[in-house]
Design a protein around this ligand. Sequence first.
Ligand code: C5P
Length: 218
Amino acid sequence: GTVPVIAIDGPTASGKGTVAARVADVLGWTVLDSGALYRLSALSALKKGVADTDENALADIARQLDIRFQDGKVLLDNDDVTEQLRQEHIGEMASRIAPLPPLRDALLERQRAFRQAPGLVCDGRDMGTVVFPDASLKIFLVADVDARAQRRYNQLIEKGFSANLGDLLKDLKTRDDRDQNRSVAPLKPAADAIIVDSSGLDISQTVDRILTHWRNLG
Ligand code: C5P
């Protein structure tokens, strides 16, 4: 049969990435952080001096990305960009270029190539709606914006970056708004998605919920 997919979509800083990685780890499946592909496209465009409005040049960049995911690190043109990718200005630029259809098309096949046996856990905005519409399980992971801002703040401080809670909150609201209201592949739950609210849950509780939904399918 086809390779099973667990699709986890949701807004910025809802904990999708961490949760997807843990679920994949428990199941022994491949993981795809699709946001990283948008961030890598943004970073590569910055490096090459390509404007964030030049949709065809951005699509070329996305098609030509020389990337490797290994041991929890992300390499772009053989450079370790793991930390750089997480920076706010990269996420911000990713969300500005993400609405461009030629870029999304260029990334579509790259994302689908991650579907390998025994299974794939992926996270993003449109995993369940566009990239893997036949996913076995679709989770829409939400958390209220204050909880998300606080989590993002804690992550940045922990990594030694400086951060301002008010600025992060403002940035999250802008990103939510942009991701939900764009005309192509907007952030929204698939019709058959299960909504999980992680506001009052820690990571392992959220992971357990998702694994329970998965096991209940079988
Ligand atoms: O998930 P992350 O914050 O790393 O994603 C960065 C940006 O990339 C998002 O704000 C969103 O605009 C875009 N994105 C997307 N579709 C995805 C994943 C990310 O449009 N599947």
